[in-house]
Ligand binder design. Structure first.
Ligand SMILES: C[S@@+](CC[C@H](N)C(=O)[O-])C[C@H]1O[C@@H](n2cnc3c(N)ncnc32)[C@H](O)[C@@H]1O
Length: 142
């Protein structure tokens, strides 16, 4: 399927360029990115909606999530590779909407609970139960 290249947000382009510059090849594809944006879009408009991501890479997936969150949402993302964490932090310099943490994905506990959790690195297999505990429950939202 051909896509309009203008459908790729500016921050995604910047994060992709940073990935290329640093030889990082595991960024999410645009197809996955659009899915992340759609999922985050379900939170758009919710007051205090906070999303989380494990495994930031250079910030490609995070940039897609941010594009879906809308102007009031926030994102916390964590990367255990110090260089990549620093690169990603340099992508999201405008405003406090994105927090890039350096360290193991379990650092997400410091900021939760979250309405959306995207596991790109950590929390997918071992630790799945811990990951689920980071999510906002229906009772917490009511
Ligand atoms: C597939 S890449 C993620 C790509 C990124 N989410 C994106 O969409 O562009 C996986 C990333 O997870 C990081 N990672 C792996 N295990 C981790 C862990 N336990 N805690 C934090 N980050 C981790 C890796 O260093 C790598 O940068």
């Amino acid at each position: 399927m051909s896509r309009d290249p203008r459908d790729v947000p500016q921050l995604v382009r910047r994060a992709r360029a940073a990935a290329a510059e640093h030889g990082f090849t595991l960024s999410c594809t645009d197809e996955v990115g659009r899915l992340l944006r759609t999922l985050a879009g379900a939170l758009a408009g919710a007051v205090d909606a906070v999303a989380a991501e494990s495994g930031t890479g250079t910030g490609v997936g995070a940039a897609w999530i941010l594009a879906g969150l809308g102007s009031r949402g926030r994102l916390v993302t964590v990367e255990h590779d110090p260089e990549r964490a620093q690169v990603a932090a340099g992508i999201f310099t405008e405003g406090p909407r994105v927090t890039v943490l350096e360290g193991d994905w379990t650092r997400l506990r410091e900021r939760g609970p979250y309405a959306l959790l995207c596991c790109g690195g950590g929390g997918k297999r071992a630790g799945r139960e811990q990951a689920i505990e980071l999510l906002v429950t229906l009772e917490q939202r009511l």
